[in-house]
Design a protein around this ligand. Structure first.
Ligand SMILES: [Zn+2]
Length: 298
């Protein structure tokens, strides 16, 4: 009996021991679990806080970006305004320079002359230069030309020479009084009718400008009737425009008698246009011609 009781008691002790030990293990595990859960929730809190701060940082960054792009937009706008302003300034100074240049350019240089419109007898070119005697038909009689025209004239005479064509200047600038004398001597020789046709008002106006020359060759000299058939005339017809010279009174013009020797400087741009369009000076309107005045010596 005792031994049975003892056995029971021993069993109970063992059972308590086991139960007690198990309870302790559970308690420990439970505690660990709680602390883990606390850690997780701590981490979750941290994470939420981090996400919050990330979101606010992103928002701030986006705000900053917007601000930046609106700033660079304003900068662009200012830059555009600036370059527009610059362009306007350039335009204005271009116009001012153009007007200054135009005001300094003799408006008579591209005028069409007629029996009702011709130069004042007191008109004289701003500046005249002597043509080198080697280019003159008569080397003992000096000839003057508008100083702005001289380099173009010399360039043309030299270019012709390189092409095997000798050109000579028979007459260049003539004052109103010189012209008047020529006209009266022609009147004496041929009678008033022929003289008017030969040397009418517009013809002498062009010589009085200092921009017009009568061209001949050593062979033709003063015998103008031969000039039309000369190789010099053919050369001039093909090349004079490159040096700004045009034939004032071409064949079959309705304005004035044909003068193959009489060449007027109108500037390279206008002469080139007339040459390319097969037009002649006196057929263009004065307002169309005047557009070339500013660039006459360019
Ligand atoms: Zn002439």
């Amino acid at each position: 009996m005792l031994s049975k009781n003892l056995l029971l008691a021993g069993g109970a002790v063992i059972a308590i021991g086991i139960l007690g030990g198990g309870g302790y293990g559970y308690w420990i595990l439970n505690n660990q679990n709680i602390s883990l859960q606390n850690k997780i929730s701590e981490l979750q809190n941290d994470n939420a806080a981090l996400q919050e701060s990330l979101a606010s940082t992103t928002a701030e960054l986006a705000g900053a970006k917007n601000e930046n792009s609106s700033l660079s937009q304003s900068l662009q706008t200012e830059q555009n305004k600036n370059s527009q302003f610059e362009a306007t300034i350039k335009d204005i100074s271009g116009t001012v320079a153009g007007l200054k240049k135009l005001s300094e350019t003799d408006t008579q240089l591209l005028k069409k002359y007629s029996k009702v419109y011709f130069l004042n007898e007191n008109y004289a070119p701003a500046s005249l230069s002597a043509i080198d005697a080697k280019y003159l038909n008569d080397k003992t009689e000096p000839e003057l030309v508008h100083s702005g025209v001289l380099p173009y004239l010399t360039g043309m005479l030299e270019a012709a020479k390189r092409d095997g064509t000798e050109l000579r200047i028979l007459s260049a600038f003539r004052s109103f009084y010189e012209q008047k004398n020529i006209k009266s001597s022609l009147t004496v020789l041929y009678g008033a009718g022929t003289a008017n046709q030969f040397s009418a008002d517009q013809g002498y106006s062009e010589h009085q400008l200092g921009t017009t020359v009568d061209i001949t060759t050593p062979e033709v000299a003063a015998d103008f009737s031969l000039f039309e058939k000369s190789s010099a005339y053919t050369w001039l017809t093909a090349n004079a425009y490159r040096f700004g010279f045009i034939l004032s009174y071409p064949k079959n013009n309705t304005y004035y008698m044909f003068e193959p020797w009489h060449w007027r400087f109108v500037g390279v741009s206008l002469a080139t246009r007339l040459h390319n369009e097969n037009q002649y000076f006196y057929n263009l309107s004065q307002s169309e011609i005047d557009k070339y005045l500013i660039s006459i010596f360019d």
